[in-house]
Design a protein around this ligand. Structure first.
Ligand SMILES: [Mn+2]
Length: 426
């Protein structure tokens, strides 16, 4: 039996808006949260695992600041020091937008960290662990430039490109499968959107068809376990477990869309022809949304305070959203609401006026407030439920635009047209 620890979608360095500066360390508390849960995974790996598989998306983007790189490296260094072989797969967030090389992770190859493999191409690795040999096929995030040339894709729709990509991937994967040693346990490690990936019932219908791989491509009898990354909600796409096709999910909540999801990693006992897996939760920081309509009540402040009292908000990232009539504004005692939210880790309060006639202007965007463009966009997006799925990608793009970076809008505009809404954070 070989014991594998499979984790994914670390995204360390994100969610800073949900944290505050820790005066003792000078660091954002959300960075400390991510380090703590990652540390939990690494502790367990050192205790039990023969091999660690990371499913991709280490950081929010390919160029994390050095102190974030360092926080990540410090944890993974412990695996190298403990002689535990580790594969770092390259996810979409690890790639430059132009799609050349897994910039944020390739440093580990350059440094030749003992036992570390950076999976940025489709490749089969035979790995000697202390409990025997295993083979792993790496399938990093595919972009159109991975397997197709520009003239081939020009003028084609997202759906056509997706079909071409799958047609091209099939023989490549088949080639790797034929190279496998049939006597060794085998794992496919992929960063991808599989077409049965469930993002929670309410989002299921919003999942578009762009760049998704059919699950039949993954449920091959040659594989004993399929280790995935990309989707932040933990799930097994193949309940028959022949083989298990598992997203461990992210290890910390990146935003409120993950509020209700358990966070953790997966431990697998694998031998040729058999894999037993279990999900192991980590103590990720809780998120809590409090949504109240006080437009019909006598005492809006009292109602808000009562509702807060019923929620478990201690040390949580809390957002309070309440709907009120414009003539109730005077009756809101902001101080006592803030006092009630003090035990939360951080909180935001968003009043929304119920519109009798036209859509009211957001109070936070009133003429007396000066907001920087990013804050203004955040406030706007925070009030547009219909853009929720796209908001982080829009913010990301806005930040890059403001920094004077070039953005490849091709892909994104395709996605907007084809899907209306997409999985922005994955
Ligand atoms: Mn991803």
């Amino acid at each position: 039996m070989i014991k594998i620890l499979h984790l994914s979608d670390i995204h360390i360095g994100s969610s800073f808006t949900h944290g505050r500066i820790n005066p003792e360390t000078g660091l954002n508390t959300r960075l400390e949260d991510f380090v703590r849960t990652l540390g939990d995974c690494i502790d367990r790996a050192i205790k039990e695992a023969d091999l660690v598989l990371f499913g991709g998306d280490a950081f929010p983007d390919a160029t994390p600041p050095p102190y974030v790189q360092q926080a990540f490296a410090r944890q993974f260094h412990r695996l190298a020091a403990a002689n535990i072989p580790t594969i770092l797969l390259v996810g979409n967030h690890d790639l430059h937008s132009q799609g050349t090389g897994g910039a944020s992770l390739s440093i580990y190859r350059t440094l030749a960290v003992p036992g570390f493999i950076v999976g940025d191409t489709i490749e089969t690795y035979r790995i000697q662990t202390k409990n025997g040999e295993i083979q792993v096929i790496t399938l990093p995030w595919l972009t159109r430039s991975t397997l197709l040339t520009r003239p081939e894709t020009e003028g084609r729709s997202m759906t056509e490109v997706n079909t071409m990509l799958i047609d091209r991937l099939n023989p490549v994967l088949e080639g790797e499968i034929r190279k496998l040693d049939p006597d060794l346990p085998t794992v496919l490690l992929g960063h991808l959107m599989a077409d049965r990936a469930n993002l929670g019932a309410e989002r299921f219908l919003a999942v578009g068809k762009g760049f998704t791989l059919p699950i039949s491509l993954l449920t091959r009898e040659e594989f004993d376990y399929v280790a995935l990354g990309h989707v932040h909600k933990h799930q097994n796409l193949n309940p028959d477990n022949n083989p298990p096709v598992i997203y461990p999910g992210s290890i910390e909540r990146v935003d409120f869309s993950e509020e209700k999801e358990d966070k953790g990693y997966v431990l697998i006992d694998v031998k040729k022809g058999d894999a037993k897996w279990k999900f192991c939760p980590v103590p990720a920081r809780p998120f809590c949304t409090i949504n109240i309509d006080v437009s019909q009540v006598e005492d809006p402040t009292e109602k808000i305070l009562q509702t807060i009292a019923k929620k478990e908000i201690e040390d949580a990232v809390v957002r309070l959203i309440y709907k009120l009539r414009s003539d109730q504004i005077e009756a809101i005692e902001t101080k006592s609401i803030q006092e009630a939210l003090k035990i939360a880790h951080t909180h935001t309060i968003t009043p929304e006026l119920v519109s009798q006639l036209a859509r009211p202007r957001l109070p936070e965007l009133g003429a007396n407030n000066t907001l920087d463009p990013i804050e203004a966009l955040k406030t706007y997006l925070g009030n547009r439920e219909d853009l929720k799925d796209l908001s982080s990608e829009m913010l990301d793009a806005a930040e890059r635009l403001l920094n004077g970076e070039e953005i490849d809008f091709n892909l994104d505009s395709d996605r907007l047209e084809n899907q209306g809404s997409q999985l922005s954070l994955l």
